[in-house]
Design a protein. Structure first.
Length: 446
């Protein structure tokens, strides 16, 4: 056995067993970080509109993400990073706090309680039973749907597609008109350049294709004056304004119990979909199931509770983890690398802010290409399997929600099997979840 096999990292993460090495895992972690580091800016921007202190939420975001990544990496040994979830922070802000008039302190308490419920469900293997009960066609559809969802995020974030009143969306322009002069629309053009760069580098088996593309586009954007570089170091803001500010008074009335349920349900399926999709892309599923699933779910649950205590909305596994998997990440060392970089952002936040959305968009678009391979494993010639799989894939990008796509997959799978006289093929857990989601949509809306 060589030195690396005897090393501490080899024993902790079983690198050789997963056909990887320290260098690959660190590059993969850095790649994942670059595709998701936008959250350290976006999350405090969203939550601060509720009256929460921007700096405190910034710190809470970095620390809660690091905690989730460390637990996921060390305990479950998966290359999946965690951070406060997009969508969940929007629900926290615009539906609960602004829409219902709930103080942000009470909303944090609702997040905390949903995390405790998660831990209990994980301890009693209810979440594990749910993930393992997913029919194979739905599992593969989840992976493909996440691929399309990532592609939509990339296309929208780069300006390659834009809103349209007539057609909902349309292709973005390659040029802009300023003072009657036609000028290049650099964000769109650089996003295309980055995507083609990744494809070419990947074709020629160049290691770190994604990260090289991100760095190259970022440097060009700085040179063109599209990205402002503010230096390297910034003071760490105080976390005191949000730390331990949860308010449990009046939490358990009818409307807020519904809020807890929605936090629980949405994060359950966001995290489940991400775990299945990314793990499938990494080749970590065994007979369609996730080994060490209980530990992965525990990491997710603990991060939610820690995030609420620190002062942020629900923490969840990130679909951007697929970028690190595409870069070769296969073990928890990838996730821990992301956690270290998240903590580094406390001191070096200007560096994270220097990477524009159109530099990371090509990575997400490339991942979408990779994850669409999963559709090959759907039983397309069995319409009772194909239709629910298609609805799962379609609803994720078109509703802009991984959770809604999975919900439609569960509901349609149960209904179609029932009306086709094949109800016995539906696992009991699928029936339970389908009914729960249908009730959620009926009583609480989308």
């Amino acid at each position: 056995m060589n030195t690396s096999q005897n090393s501490l990292l080899e024993r902790l993460f079983k690198l050789s067993e997963h056909d990887t090495n320290v260098r690959t895992e660190i590059i993969a972690g850095f790649t994942t970080f670059l595709t998701m580091c936008y959250i350290i800016i976006v999350n405090p921007s969203v939550l601060s509109t509720t009256g929460m202190d921007f700096g405190a939420v910034f710190v809470a975001t970095c620390i809660s993400a690091a905690i989730g990544c460390f637990i996921m990496g060390a305990l479950a040994n998966y290359p999946i990073a965690l951070a406060p979830g997009m969508g969940l922070n929007a629900y926290f802000t615009f539906s609960v706090v602004k829409g219902m008039g709930v103080p942000w302190q009470v909303a944090l308490a609702a997040v905390f309680v949903s995390g405790i419920i998660f831990i209990l469900f994980s301890f009693f293997k209810i979440r594990e039973m749910l993930v393992n009960a997913l029919p194979m066609s739905l599992k593969m559809a989840v992976a493909a749907g996440i691929g399309l969802f990532l592609a939509l995020i990339a296309l929208k974030g780069s300006g390659l597609i834009v809103a349209s009143e007539a057609t909902l969306v349309k292709m973005g322009e390659l040029y802009v008109i300023e003072n009657g002069v036609k000028l290049p629309n650099w964000p769109v053009l650089l996003a295309l350049l980055g995507f083609f760069m990744i494809i070419v580098l990947d074709y020629f088996r160049v290691r770190g294709a994604i990260i090289l593309s991100i760095f190259s586009v970022t440097l060009i954007s700085i040179f063109l004056g599209l990205t402002e570089f503010k230096g390297f170091v910034a003071p760490i803001p105080s976390i005191a304004p949000t730390f331990m500010q949860m308010d449990f008074n009046g939490l358990f009335n009818g409307s807020l119990i519904a809020v807890i349920f929605v936090f629980f349900l949405v994060d359950l399926f966001d995290s489940t979909g991400t775990l299945v999709g990314v793990s499938h892309r990494a080749g970590l599923l065994v007979d369609g199931k996730l080994p060490r699933l209980k530990k992965a779910l525990f990491a997710d649950s603990t991060a939610i509770v820690a995030g609420a205590v620190l002062g942020t909305s629900s923490t969840t596994p990130y679909i951007e983890s697929a970028s690190g998997v595409s870069a070769g990440g296969r073990t928890g060392l990838t996730a821990i690398t992301v956690g270290v970089l998240m903590l580094a952002c406390l001191w070096f936040s200007p560096l994270a802010q220097a990477v524009p959305a159109f530099a990371t968009a090509p990575a997400l678009l490339y991942i979408g290409v990779q994850m669409m391979r999963s559709v090959l494993e759907v039983e397309w010639f069995d319409i009772t399997e194909a239709a629910p799989a298609f609805l799962t894939i379609a609803f994720m990008p078109f509703t802009y929600s991984v959770a809604d796509g999975i919900a439609m997959g569960f509901i349609s799978y149960a209904v179609i099997k029932l009306v086709c006289g094949r109800a016995k093929e539906v696992p009991p857990m699928v029936w339970i979840v389908a009914v729960a989601w249908a009730a959620k949509f009926w009583f609480l809306g989308a």
